[in-house]
Design a binder for this molecule. Structure first.
Ligand code: SF4
Ligand code: ZN
Length: 319
């Protein structure tokens, strides 16, 4: 198999584009895809400082390098979840990656913020681990962005992540999640802008990029992941893609084209109107979900009743 552009030996075939690339032409293709996404969805504005959520996996580390190659101002943020060896490895690989390249990085620990590791939080609150994790990340990412002067939060979700999430949301008609599936959500109600610049690139393309660039990333999956459905949806879409290349991209981008018509702005999807009485972060009620989670772990007598009576269990479908 040869590169369709320069005829050298190809390193990757991309059936949905009916093409194959050598290492150099693949690099150009990938960078073009990211540039196109950033431009089309108006992800960044001149002078933006970007907070990049870095897990230590291939997508976020690769995205970090890509954004730096595009000469953007990026600050890495890693949250140590305290999930035994998995978190140790994730934090170490993230730190080593940043140090080797001289990239600025903030590391915070969920245990310092809540008094407990993620497994302990899940156990003591009887909350699904991914729910507690998603809630904490949303809060801490937003806070870190504000504290460090960032206007936008970037995450490394790729096309497979977004298409499988879309499939799950449609199968269960999760309107609330569907309307938030744009790869570029504007800043509103004290929440910063959120973007996903890798949404045109597949899992395989990102793994190939990481391999070619010698990026040392965490390969194993998070052991707390109970989302077998998400993995199943990815498999279903990959099976369809094998039979009919391009379907995954058509499905996801077809949805994005219709998104605004399907969910016009309304009072039902209004942003948070106030701020949390405890931490001052944006909030829909008096006390934000993160503070209520913290209270549940370490109750304040006068607010415990409020916290428990109004606790709102959301199962996020994002990392
Ligand atoms: Fe958090 Fe993802 Fe692990 Fe769930 S699978 S606990 S969302 S890192
Ligand atoms: Zn709060």
């Amino acid at each position: 198999m040869n590169c369709r552009v320069c005829k050298k030996k190809a390193v990757i075939a991309i059936p949905r584009h009916n093409t194959a690339f050598c290492a150099d032409c693949f690099d150009k293709y990938l960078m073009d895809q990211v540039r196109k996404t950033i431009k089309e969805f108006r992800m960044f504005e001149p002078g933006d400082r970007i907070l990049l959520a870095v897990s230590g996996g291939k997508d976020s580390l690769a995205l970090w390098e890509i954004l730096k190659r595009l000469e953007l101002d990026v600050l890495g943020y890693h949250l140590d979840l305290g999930i035994s060896e998995y978190s140790k490895e994730s934090t170490e690989k993230t730190r080593a990656f940043a140090e080797k390249r001289g990239y600025p990085l903030i590391i915070e620990e969920i245990e310092s913020e809540t008094g407990a590791t993620l497994p302990v939080i899940a156990e003591s609150t009887k909350r699904p681990p991914c729910s507690a994790c998603g809630l904490s990340k949303r809060h801490l990412f937003n806070r870190a962005a504000r504290q460090h002067g960032c206007q936008v939060l970037a995450t490394g979700h790729n096309l497979d992540d977004e298409a499988s999430r879309l499939l799950g949301n449609i199968l269960h008609w999760q309107d609330g999640y569907l309307e938030k599936q744009s790869p570029s959500l504007p800043a509103e109600g004290g929440l910063i802008r959120k973007v996903k610049p890798l949404n045109r690139l597949t899992e395989k393309e990102m793994a190939t990029y990481a391999y070619l660039k010698g990026i040392d990333y965490v390969i194993r999956e998070c052991p707390m992941s109970a989302d077998a459905k998400q993995i199943f949806y990815k498999k279903v879409l990959n099976d369809i893609e094998k039979e009919s290349p391009g379907t995954k991209q058509f499905f996801y981008f077809g949805f994005l084209e219709r998104l605004e018509k399907m969910f016009p702005p309304s009072s039902e999807n209004a942003p948070p109107a106030g701020s949390c009485k405890v931490c001052q972060e944006p909030c829909y009620t008096d006390i934000c979900s993160f503070c209520r989670l913290r209270m549940k772990l370490s109750p304040f007598p006068e607010t415990q009743e409020t916290a428990e009576s109004s606790i709102n269990f959301i199962t996020p479908n994002t990392h």
